[in-house]
Design a protein around this ligand. Structure first.
Ligand code: DC
Length: 228
């Protein structure tokens, strides 16, 4: 049975998407592409340049003109990859709480999604890719060979994000993170343009009670059992 070549992994914030997608890609020898970084880079650039997040036209123009590059990791500081925005290394800056806060409204703008869509699609077209996001199985790669939707209870997800920030030495408050995460889920799921939802043919995996190895095992089994 041929192995799936295009794998779409969607899911809620901090459901384990990034970690798992990267591990899965590594295991299969595939490219890993975390599409969330493209929305984060636009949000970071808007904040950096003093463009109000609420100014849809200006933020859309920024998404159309900003040069975003995702490159293999260039240094050993724990990063999965290097993200450049107009040549500037923003790999860690795009993980700051201010970006967390602004990224959902930015990614709800149809013009922003349109601007980033083609760039994301062209990465998928080459195949042998694990692409992670919110609308990969529904919009970006609707013909993906295998679609997975990851979810976990909000408290578990907030705890994971809290530990992630704390481990990186960034300021973090559990309650603030939990509130912000619920707010993001709400905006991501209710927006008109490409809302967060599982594709009808996606396999839904709840990661609340699984550790990373457990989730990876489930996904590798899905890859093995794939029936084209
Ligand atoms: O996965 P993440 O937390 O880095 O995603 C950041 C934001 O970008 C998230 O709030 C929703 C949005 N996003 C999206 O709308 N579509 C994608 N394919 C990926 C991310």
């Amino acid at each position: 049975m041929p192995q799936p070549s295009t794998i779409a992994i969607d899911g809620t914030a901090a459901s384990g998407k990034s970690t798992i997608s990267q591990l899965l890609a590594q295991r299969l020898g595939y490219l890993y592409f975390d599409t969330g970084v493209t929305y984060r880079a636009v949000t970071w650039a808007a904040l950096d340049r003093g463009i109000p997040i609420a100014d849809e036209a200006a933020v859309t123009h920024l998404a159309e003109t900003l040069r975003i590059q995702v490159l293999p990791s260039t240094c050993g500081d724990g990063r999965q990859y290097t993200v450049l925005a107009d040549g500037q290394d923003v790999t860690w800056a795009i993980r700051r709480p201010q970006v967390d806060h602004g990224v959902s409204p930015v990614s709800a703008y149809p013009g922003v999604r349109q601007a980033l869509k083609q760039q994301q699609r062209s990465v998928g077209e080459a195949g042998r890719v694990v692409m992670a996001g919110r609308d990969i199985g529904t919009v970006i790669m609707p013909d993906a060979d295998l679609k997975i939707f990851l979810d976990a209870q909000p408290e578990v997800r907030a705890q994971r994000r809290y530990e992630e920030l704390r481990d990186r030495g960034q300021p973090a408050e559990y309650d603030v993170i939990r509130q912000d995460m619920l707010r993001r889920d709400r905006i991501d799921s209710s927006r008109a343009a490409a809302p967060l939802q599982a594709a009808p043919d996606a396999v839904i995996v709840d990661t609340s009670d699984l550790d990373i190895e457990g989730v990876l095992g489930r996904l590798l089994a899905l890859v093995q059992d794939h029936d084209p």
